[in-house]
Ligand binder design. Structure first.
Ligand code: AP5
Length: 210
């Protein structure tokens, strides 16, 4: 299995687990949230268009995200497979991905189940590095406070991790992404995994499912 999609609400641990899984399988971790944040940081045309949606906790328009993802999975390093994180999150994106992959559809869709109270706790303690490495002030602190263990970059709190924006992200998720979960259930690809507990335990459950 090497074409994997990780799904789940904001803060469920998709990025944390997708990174581990991609390393294990030696395939790229493709996270549209990280790609869009890099576009915003670089000041590109795409980043300028995406920023206001992201800051408000809304989804970036489908055509922009589909084009970005399509280009990314065409690259040579994705030929052996990939772990997708954060795409697709609307039905038009899911249909576009199915069309794009053709006969080589996803192998499995892992859905991380985490209660909303835990999501809020995780997001409020999250610290990120500009390259996409993720920490939590209590559960997964860096060795040196405020600094990424991997590349030494300063850690920051994401603009969209404030309480009001998180509430909006959860609403948008329920309205637009829950139907995508049902889309993959209908295709028989969905595997639900308990996303609570230590990240090592969650990883073990995911590997068991795979
Ligand atoms: P994106 O970056 O994808 O945000 P998200 O889906 O809301 O998910 P998060 O990154 O918040 O959480 P996660 O599930 O990856 O959890 P993490 O591992 O970090 O997207 C951001 C925005 O970009 C969107 O709102 C939208 O505007 C735009 N966008 C992106 N893709 C798009 C698309 N396809 N279409 C349209 N717009 C798009 O973990 C969270 C915290 O919990 C961390 O601190 C972590 O250390 C901690 N943690 C992880 N696992 C555990 C555990 N097991 N126990 C305790 N703590 C844990």
């Amino acid at each position: 299995m090497n074409r994997i999609l990780l799904m789940g609400p904001p803060g469920a641990g998709k990025g944390t687990q997708a990174g581990r899984l991609a390393e294990e399988l030696r395939v790229p971790h493709i996270a549209t949230g990280d790609m869009l944040r890099a576009e915003v940081a670089s000041g590109s045309e795409l980043g300028k268009k995406a920023r206001s949606y992201m800051d408000a906790g809304e989804y970036v328009p489908d055509d922009l995200v589909i084009a970005m993802l399509s280009e990314r999975i065409s690259r040579a390093d994705a030929r052996r497979g990939f772990v997708l994180d954060g795409f697709p999150r609307t039905l038009p994106q899911a249909r576009a991905l199915t069309d794009r992959l053709g006969n080589e559809d996803l192998d499995v869709v892992v859905y991380l189940e985490v209660p909303e109270t835990e999501i809020v706790r995780r997001i409020s303690g999250r610290r990120s590095c500009p390259q996409g490495h993720v920490y939590h002030v209590e559960d997964n602190p860096p060795e040196t406070e405020g600094t990424c263990d991997v590349d030494g970059e300063p850690l920051y709190q994401r603009e969209d991790d404030g309480e009001e924006v998180v509430r909006n992200r959860l609403r948008v998720y329920r309205e637009q992404t829950q139907p995508v979960v049902e889309f993959y259930r209908g295709k028989g690809l969905l595997r639900e995994v308990d996303g609570t507990g230590h990240p090592d335990e969650v990883q073990k459950r995911i590997l068991e499912v795979l």
